[in-house]
Design a protein. Structure first.
Length: 334
């Protein structure tokens, strides 16, 4: 596909906007030594990341994919998946992990006698919360819970100021402060975030027309930050961090509101607030995500989450795959 047609196809056929299937995202992954592959035709698109694990070797991962036209015919889908499986064999990949699994893909794979099983963990959130920002700002505010609107105004009243990355692009200190804030947030919430270099390369490497860093200042100190991606009509809140010391000034609320307004100005019609857990069967996950979900629901009181299948593995080399699953079980109990 040509670049323009490729991006249009990804955006139109991905419920999350498809940025993780864009070539920009793949190039960013290349900066960390991750190889990539691609299988595509006019009705199918699949950017593939190649990972290498100790003992079991390589596996393929297709983030938020494969992407396909919902009206693709059975033969076309079978041929595309056959090409994908053949590519995995050529590169000695023991399995292919996909995030887009449905009955049509299941049926196509069954004809190839390929076993597919639920992955031991989901690579991406199974639910995301997407809000409509195509309306005017008054209507966007009306979608919010009263408490969220109140907290936005409170942050403004307290003197919280929001700056974009372009305002601090030459300041090593402010970049360093944001990266330190990510570490603090991870420690506080018990979450293992990516290394600092991951976020640094993301911010510096992805086109500034698509990705921006937002920082919230209070008393001239950075107390919150977030990374926003705009890919055509979809804006996505990728990562966020905040300082627990000044949580009473409600900086994350104003931060999100500024990002929403800017995304709208850049032509986005939908805003992806990222992962939530609403009405799932996994009680542990619901409890773990309770605070995050409550915060995000405040911006979209009547919105229901966009549901994904979760991650599934197409087994190419059964022996290596089940060694991998055994290792995962051992790690879980250690």
């Amino acid at each position: 596909m040509e670049n323009k047609n490729r991006d249009k196809f990804i955006q139109e056929n991905s419920p999350c906007g498809g940025f993780l299937q864009s070539n920009q995202w793949i190039r960013f992954q290349n900066n960390f030594g991750i190889k990539d592959h691609n299988i595509s035709d006019r009705n199918f698109w699949s950017n593939i990341l190649e990972y290498n694990l100790p003992l079991v070797g390589k596996y393929f991962y297709i983030p938020r994919g494969p992407v396909r036209d919902k009206n693709i015919d059975d033969k076309g889908l079978e041929n595309a998946l056959s090409d994908l499986i053949e590519l995995a064999k050529i590169h000695k990949s023991a399995w292919i992990r996909i995030d887009n699994f449905d009955e049509k893909i299941k049926e196509a794979l069954s004809k190839k006698n390929k076993k597919i099983v639920k992955a031991p963990h989901d690579m991406q959130p199974k639910q995301i919360l997407v809000i409509d920002i195509s309306c005017d700002e008054v209507d966007i505010l009306a979608q919010m819970k009263p408490k969220t609107r109140y907290n936005i105004k409170l942050a403004e009243k307290k003197g919280v100021k929001i700056k974009t990355f372009n305002d601090v692009v030459h300041s090593k200190k402010e970049m360093s402060d944001f990266l330190n804030l990510i570490d603090k947030t991870g420690e506080r919430k018990g979450i293992n975030f990516h290394p600092k270099e991951y976020y640094r390369k993301m911010i510096e490497g992805i086109d500034s027309n698509n990705l921006k860093l937002y920082l919230a200042f209070y008393n001239k100190k950075i107390i919150a930050g977030a990374i926003l991606v705009v890919y055509d009509k979809m804006a996505t809140y990728l990562h966020g961090a905040s300082d627990n010391k000044n949580k009473n000034v409600m900086a994350p609320f104003l931060l999100q509101w500024q990002m929403i307004k800017d995304a709208k100005k850049l032509g986005a019609e939908k805003y992806d607030l990222g992962g939530v857990s609403m009405g799932e069967d996994d009680k542990e996950r619901i409890e773990k995500w309770a605070g995050v979900t409550r915060f995000k629901q405040g911006f979209a009181k009547n919105s229901q989450p966009v549901e994904f299948s979760g991650s599934y593995d197409i087994i190419i080399n059964p022996m290596k795959y089940w060694v991998y699953r055994f290792i995962q079980k051992v790690k879980a109990v250690l």
